[in-house]
Design a protein around this ligand. Structure first.
Ligand code: ADP
Ligand code: MG
Length: 228
């Protein structure tokens, strides 16, 4: 059994003129436990929509998403929230750190929904990402690269089986991007987490053995108006 199994997944949005535009049409996609896969796709190809569907943040129009044997589609909100909190670590495109909380508190909050608060583990995670001396700083007191590291530590907080990373290096300079990608991959490997990363950055994607294009698996991406 795969960790993530997707079948006949469809999602569309209604455009301002009332037309429905298909954004995701994925007949089949799967990810094995511990596997690291990067998907390439230009802006507008449905990368964020895809990850939001897997995380249960968005609901598909039809299809099936099984995570660790549990069907996400049709699950009530309560169980979906629990599954997300316990099985998934999400590194958002814009980090989504809570600005009113320190780095340590951001990681602790990440734990509180899933595996439970473990302060020494939260501190260890922040040390692991090179922020031992920034535990009590607020996100705005950090560089973009450092904020990204907090987001990585928070994503790993609940020992997720699946880590989703949405253009995690998009806001970083090339040196920081490379370092951040290495950190994400090492953290996933250490924790045994599978990684599904989406990006349009060819330099970053080069680090993966195989980089399928989202258009290869997503029939809708072939007909979307994309920006390079
Ligand atoms: P990517 O992350 O690859 O840039 P997205 O998944 O954000 O792509 O968006 C894919 C397509 O869906 C785009 O054409 C975008 O305009 C459209 N889209 C995304 N979110 C919405 C929404 N809430 N309402 C309408 N259209 C949307
Ligand atoms: Mg996006």
């Amino acid at each position: 059994m795969s960790l993530l199994e997707i079948r006949a997944l469809q999602k569309g949005y209604r455009s301002p003129d009332g037309q429905r535009q298909a954004v995701i049409d994925i007949p089949e996609f799967s990810l094995a436990a511990g596997q690291a896969v990067a998907l390439a796709g230009p802006s507008g190809s449905g990368k964020t929509t895809f990850l939001h569907l897997i995380a249960g943040i968005l609901t598909p129009d039809s299809g099936s998403i099984r995570i660790d044997g549990q069907e996400l589609v049709g699950m009530d909100e309560h169980h979906r929230d629990r599954l997300r909190a316990t099985a998934i670590g999400y590194i958002f495109q814009s980090f989504n750190l809570l600005q009113g909380f320190t780095c340590l508190e951001n990681v602790l909050l990440g734990m509180s929904f899933g595996s439970g608060i473990d302060r020494s583990r939260a501190e260890a995670l922040l040390r692991r990402v090179g922020l031992a001396d920034r535990l009590h700083h607020f996100p705005r007191q950090l560089s973009t690269g450092q904020q990204q590291r907090v987001a990585v530590a928070r994503a790993m907080a609940g020992r997720p089986k699946l880590v989703l990373a949405d253009e995690p290096t998009g806001n970083l300079d090339p040196a920081n991007a490379k370092e951040s990608l290495a950190l994400i991959r090492e953290s996933c490997a250490e924790n045994g987490s599978a990684l599904l990363l989406v990006s349009h950055d060819r330099d970053i994607l080069k680090a993966f053995d195989q980089v399928p294009s989202l258009a290869d698996i997503n029939r809708a991406a072939r007909s979307l108006p994309l920006r390079a």
